[in-house]
Ligand binder design. Structure first.
Ligand SMILES: [Zn+2]
Ligand SMILES: [Zn+2]
Length: 356
């Protein structure tokens, strides 16, 4: 079968460095020998959703997007909670995520789904190309000493939490085997599920679901992913307007992270949760006929790839076809851009003049 994309040497999985990631996936199997106390399953669910909140509300909506404000102590607490999920350091995470939004679904995108499911799901961060923090993308936090410390010592909070769960298991079950089972299910299984829950936003939320807004990427709104990730499944909403602290824009779009943040705001732990303005909610709606360039590009590239794997008699023929495809795409882009500019212009013309 033809490959859908080629990997540069630094994009291949660094097996040695990512060995712990793979080994952790095998850990829950050890429960066969340790046994599992029923209450360990409760710990698993609690630790899953608690850390979903820290990743979603902290790593994502605060550190990557600054969609609300909080004090320095609370900021550190949110980063600490997120770091217990072993998703690398907070500054590493936020910088890579900003990069994703800057280049969504373009060739530079760190985890474009156009490069296949495995790439966008996890291969991108398992390759040596993406091990380092992109400091230039995180100027607002890069001089904060406590966050830098936490980013560097990313393994400490998770290890500490796993140890706490282990001793909690010993107190409850009274045996060391029981404690081990507790840690395996309560801590590690919830960590693995949380990993894949988060990765799903990068992979499946760009493939399955509906699109409300014509964004330049392939992001979707997907209720199931929203439930599993504390509201991150409203990904098309999010790509349309990243600055909002909420991703479910309407009451029926369940967004647990936002509800918790709202509660935090009420008791003064966080402030200024940013909302999507009315004009944004009505902008670039597909149902109003806005050209969906994001999907057009994705389909066009798929068709181009299929054509370029055809058999040609000469290399010139192949090259000519590829050039034709590239030119056509540029032309269609131009037309789409012109038509949306024209529509924007008409809209602003028809808006009532603001009162002086
Ligand atoms: Zn984002
Ligand atoms: Zn995305």
């Amino acid at each position: 079968m033809a490959r859908t994309f080629d990997l540069a040497p630094d994009e291949k999985i660094d097996w040695l460095r990512t060995l712990p990631f793979w080994l952790v996936h095998l850990l829950p199997l050890a429960a066969i020998w340790t046994g599992v106390h029923w209450s360990a399953w409760i710990v698993m669910v609690v630790l899953y959703y608690a850390r979903v909140f820290f990743i979603t509300g902290g790593y994502h909506r605060y550190f990557s997007h600054r969609s609300y404000q909080m004090g320095r102590g609370m900021q550190f607490f949110m980063a600490l909670g997120g770091t217990t999920s072993f998703q690398r350091g907070v500054l590493w995470w936020a910088a890579h995520h900003r990069h994703h939004h800057k280049y969504s679904d373009q060739p530079e995108d760190v985890h474009s789904p156009k490069r296949g499911f495995m790439w966008s799901h996890m291969q991108w961060f398992l390759s040596s190309k993406h091990f380092d923090v992109q400091w230039d993308l995180i100027p607002d936090f890069k001089d904060n000493p406590e966050l830098k410390w936490l980013n560097k010592h990313e393994f400490i909070p998770g290890t500490a939490l796993a140890t706490i769960v282990f001793f909690m298991g010993y107190l409850i079950t009274g045996t060391w085997m029981g404690a081990a089972g507790y840690m395996i299910i309560g801590f590690f299984l919830s960590t693995i599920l949380l990993w894949h829950g988060t990765f799903t936003v990068n992979s499946l939320a760009h493939v399955f679901g509906s699109r409300r807004f014509a964004t330049r990427d392939t992001s979707r709104n997907n209720w199931l992913i929203a439930i599993l990730t504390g509201g991150e499944g409203w990904h098309n909403n999010h790509h349309h307007y990243q600055a909002a602290a909420r991703q479910g824009f309407y009451w029926w779009e369940v967004d647990m992270t936002y509800y918790i943040l709202k509660g935090f705001e009420k008791v003064g732990l966080v402030r200024n949760l940013r909302q999507p303005p009315e004009r944004i909610l009505n902008k670039h709606l597909i149902k109003h006929g806005t050209t969906d360039l994001g999907m057009f590009h994705a389909q066009w590239e798929r068709a181009s790839k299929a054509l370029s794997t055809m058999q040609f008699k000469t290399a010139e023929q192949k090259k000519a076809l590829e050039e034709l495809l590239a030119q056509t795409r540029t032309k269609i882009d131009e037309i789409a851009r012109m038509s949306s500019e024209k529509a924007e212009e008409l809209l602003t013309k028809n808006e009532p003049e603001p009162a002086a």
